[in-house]
Ligand binder design. Structure first.
Ligand SMILES: Cc1cc2nc3c(=O)[nH]c(=O)nc-3n(C[C@H](O)[C@H](O)[C@H](O)COP(=O)(O)OP(=O)(O)OC[C@H]3O[C@@H](n4cnc5c(N)ncnc54)[C@H](O)[C@@H]3O)c2cc1C
Length: 427
């Protein structure tokens, strides 16, 4: 007997979680099936809608105006500009005051750990006091045991970009950690629990010790930026506590993987899924399917070596791109491994890349081609299956890294795919 739901979402990243939440709004039984960790654990937690045009122009001030000029097969063109706005409103309601940026159409300019400036549409509240448009002087604090964020170098690079404020960087010893290879979650938990740390002349609480260290270096700056390690479960308490102790605004500078802001967003999304009554099954891969007359009857899930059928009326494929393993390649072909949906690519693998390392690489936009209802299309333009929609990184037609559009596309297409799957079940 198959496990039966109304809507089955495959993939538990930003696209899949959004699709499941949007489908659940229709009041149906929704299940989300997911296998390994999503890219949220590596991504910055920023929601980029569109930072650069396909031609590389930017940073774009208003991403919504630029959406009009995208090619017809771009995922944003398929769902339309209003759907992108609706998806962002939906996101704003899910994340509440943990995110900022909803007050304007204009991209915010966020300093990153390399000292570059990134255009983004929504950003964690902890990032907000660090915006590059803010004229207040700034101190960046890095830690010797966290070499990925070199605060003095980031400060120099920021100054080179012409930011309207003065910025300095210092490297300190994080109280309680001496090992280079400590996980970022270890830093966060020390601050979450305000653990006692040895400061050489006795033990004191971690937040007090950190604030005392930073205070020694603070001059007239009105804000202090840290790598994104300021707590996990008690993140807002940690940040507020440091602000009170230092008497200045405290912010986090988004940085590379692993990413606590991404993990915090993932936690928020999964809390919302639970509250919406979505049934979540994790750690199991979908490995195949049965179809009749162009409709999926059920998918097969590998549970400890056994193929277990999961059935639904409508399916959303949100398995990610080449990183999430929703799109795969071998020497001869690029393919979508669950439904074997068509993935357009040149027959010769040497044509998948551009000779220039920073060139326009075809592989960057490999994925499933869909119609304007987000249903995957065959090579000759027919429907693969009537009751499957695709969302997020598995889609073709956009290059998230070049455009700075990754989370925005996952959010917009996840929202539309889930909403339409839910509406279809209601018919
Ligand atoms: C290092 C890095 C940094 C990034 N930084 C940013 C940024 O700053 N701003 C931004 O907007 N975007 C950023 N992105 C891009 C953005 O994170 C992604 O575009 C987006 O999160 C993709 O979401 P998704 O849900 O489509 O796919 P994914 O997050 O890849 O999720 C796919 C999920 O499907 C699951 N899955 C795959 N196959 C199966 C199967 N057979 N059965 C069951 N489950 C399966 C996977 O295990 C995974 O959990 C970054 C990406 C990376 C890799």
């Amino acid at each position: 007997m198959a496990i039966t739901d109304d809507v089955l979402v495959i993939g538990g990243g930003l696209a899949g979680a959004t699709a499941a939440l949007a489908a659940a709004e229709h009041g149906h039984r929704v299940r989300l099936l997911t296998y390994k960790q999503s890219t949220l654990r590596h991504a910055s937690g920023l929601i980029d809608v569109l930072g650069y045009t396909l031609g590389g122009d930017g940073p774009l001030s208003n991403p919504f105006t630029a959406l009009e000029d995208l090619p017809e097969r771009h995922p944003y063109s398929l769902v339309g500009r209003e759907a992108v706005r609706d998806a962002l409103h939906f996101f704003d309601a899910v994340v509440g005051d943990t995110y900022a940026g909803a007050h304007t159409n204009v991209n915010a300019l966020v300093p990153t750990s390399s000292g570059s400036i990134k255009p983004t549409a929504r950003y964690p509240a902890a990032v907000a006091p660090g915006l590059a448009s803010d004229p207040r002087d700034c101190l960046l604090v890095g830690f010797a045991t966290l070499p990925d964020f070199c605060a003095p170098l980031a400060a120099d690079h920021l100054l080179d970009t012409g930011v309207p404020f003065d910025v300095r960087g210092v490297t300190l010893s994080f109280p309680g950690i001496r090992r280079d290879d400590a996980k970022v979650t270890r830093y966060a938990h020390i601050l979450d629990r305000d653990e006692g740390v040895d400061i050489g002349r006795g033990t004191t609480s971690a937040r007090a010790a950190l604030a005392a260290l930073v205070r020694e270096h603070l001059e007239d700056e009105a804000r202090v930026g840290f790598p994104p390690i300021l707590g996990d479960d008690n993140h807002s308490v940690v940040r507020r506590d440091l602000e009170e102790r230092l008497g200045v605004d405290v912010f986090e500078v988004p940085s590379g993987p692993p990413s606590l802001p991404g993990m915090r967003l993932e936690d928020r999304l999964y809390e919302a899924l639970e509250a919406a009554g979505v049934r979540v099954t994790t750690g199991v891969p979908v490995v195949g399917y049965e179809a009749t007359d162009g409709r999926i009857e059920h998918v097969l899930v590998d549970r400890k070596g056994q193929d277990v059928p999961y059935q639904a009326g409508e399916y959303v494929l949100a398995t990610g791109g080449l990183v999430g393993k929703g799109v795969r390649s071998d020497r001869d072909r690029v393919y979508e491994p669950i439904f074997d949906c068509h993935v357009d690519h040149a027959p010769d693998r040497y044509d998948w890349f551009d000779g220039d390392a920073f060139g326009d690489h075809p592989f960057a936009s490999f994925g499933v081609t869909v119609d304007d209802d987000l249903r995957p299309l065959t090579a000759d333009g027919g429907l693969e299956f009537e009751n499957v929609r695709a969302a997020g990184g598995v889609l073709s037609g956009y290059d998230f890294a070049a455009e700075k559009s990754g989370s925005g596309v996952s959010l917009a297409t996840g929202f539309v795919a889930g909403d339409r799957a839910g509406a279809e079940v209601s018919r």
